[in-house]
Design a protein around this ligand. Structure first.
Ligand SMILES: Nc1nc2c(ncn2[C@@H]2O[C@H](COP(=O)(O)OP(=O)(O)OP(=O)(O)O)[C@@H](O)[C@H]2O)c(=O)[nH]1
Ligand SMILES: [Mg+2]
Length: 373
């Protein structure tokens, strides 16, 4: 599973964006050291109800799968139950999609019991509507020739069991969340800042540089799953920096919602630091995706937000133009700047530059002067 992979996507008009999404899948697979043999991208107005891609296109994929002994085929969009069944019958290998792959990565990455419970909950919620498929899949693995398929009765029993497990997991989470609530209450007279952003933008690295810690960072997606609180002092004032799980486009917000601890911390913090990696592509899409979640799902309208353009040491020229056009500010390489427009505060930094980190601390201090804590 996830050793020899092919990736499959479709696009209506914006081919480049679909290529970018497939690149993200490729990056995700690096966590499992999986190799991508080929990507298939079909132009379609909408997904085929039965087979996601067209029937003829699936034939083409099937030939490739057999010839190259591919073990996993990953679709960039969430597949329906009947699509999984039909595709699996044709390709006879493990079928995954963006959500399933991310869930498998979360399971692999979760270290603390809190993260493990959150991942389990997300997994069961994903599994519930797909139970029928999981049954027949298991049967096939057991070589279930001659076995009769599971009856509705068995599936219903399992559904009930899973629903009960979901209730139990939610109860467990509530208990831990209550403990966290008490810890949070103890922090109530300290200024807290949550670092929010797309995955791999450098949130944890920034915390490490500011607080002189050695939290685990890596050039891969979803390195941090646990929300954690880290303190630092500046001019005798104590600040708390909160690391949160990163975002990735095209995953159901339900999945992110399983990580309630991140969400609660974001909602409770005094300031949001929205981190953007300006060395990558599609930064505006990613920025809008995160912003949309902050405002539409978390309702954080009355919070101070500082936009942090990180990795200025690796800025791409096209991003300079894009930032000027969309944010109305000019970015210069190797030059530290704070931009203030009416609503938002922007800062450009590189975590490799000590001076940037110092000036970032100063900015945090200045912005929080008005907050009476
Ligand atoms: N060139 C450059 N690389 C950086 C900078 N800041 C962070 N990185 C690198 O970016 C990669 C991702 O950093 P992390 O701190 O793990 O990113 P994150 O946002 O916490 O990622 P997730 O926890 O996966 O959401 C690491 O390889 C860092 O070394 C920077 O200013 N410049
Ligand atoms: Mg991190």
């Amino acid at each position: 599973m996830y050793n020899k992979n092919i990736l499959i996507g479709i696009f209506k008009t914006n081919k480049n964006q679909s290529i970018e999404y497939l690149n993200e899948l490729n990056n995700l697979l690096k966590i499992f050291k999986g190799i991508v043999y080929k990507t298939f991208l079909q132009r379609r107005f909408k997904p085929n109800n039965l087979t996601f891609v067209g029937k003829g296109y699936l034939d083409k994929i099937s030939i490739y799968v057999k010839k190259n002994l591919i073990d996993t085929v990953i679709f960039d969009d969430e597949l329906s139950l009947s699509q999984i069944n039909n595709i699996e019958k044709k390709l006879k290998c493990f079928i995954s999609d963006r959500t399933k792959l991310i869930l498998d990565i979360f399971s692999y990455r979760a270290k603390t019991s809190y993260a493990k419970i959150q991942v389990k909950l997300a997994k069961y919620q994903y599994l519930l509507p797909r139970l029928k498929h999981m049954w027949s899949h298991l049967e096939r693995q057991k070589g279930g020739i001659g076995l009769r398929g599971p009856g509705e009765k068995e599936i219903e029993t399992d559904r009930r069991l899973i629903r009960q497990t979901i209730i139990n997991l939610k109860k467990k989470l509530k208990k831990i969340n209550n403990q966290i609530f008490i810890q949070r209450k103890n922090r109530k007279n300290k200024i807290s800042l949550s670092l929010v952003g797309y995955t791999n933008v450098g949130k944890t690295t920034i915390i490490n540089k500011i607080t002189k810690q050695k939290l685990f960072t890596e050039n891969k997606y979803f390195t941090t799953l646990d929300t954690n609180v880290n303190k630092f002092y500046f001019k005798n004032k104590k600040f708390l920096l909160i690391d949160t799980i990163g975002f990735l486009r095209k995953i159901p917000t339900k999945l992110i919602e399983s990580f309630k601890s991140s969400i609660i911390e974001i909602q409770n913090s005094d300031i949001i630091l929205h981190i953007i990696d300006i060395s990558t592509t599609f930064i505006l899409d990613k920025f809008l995706y995160v912003t949309n979640f902050l405002f539409n799902e978390l309702n954080v309208y009355n919070k101070n937000i500082i936009i942090v353009f990180n990795k200025i040491d690796k800025i791409k020229n096209f991003n300079k133009l894009l930032i000027k056009k969309n944010f109305g500010i000019k970015i210069f390489k190797n030059k530290y700047l704070i931009y203030k427009n009416k609503k938002m505060i922007y800062i450009c930094i590189s975590t490799k530059n000590r001076k940037d980190i110092l000036k970032f601390k100063r900015l945090i201090y200045n912005v929080t002067l008005k907050i009476n804590k």
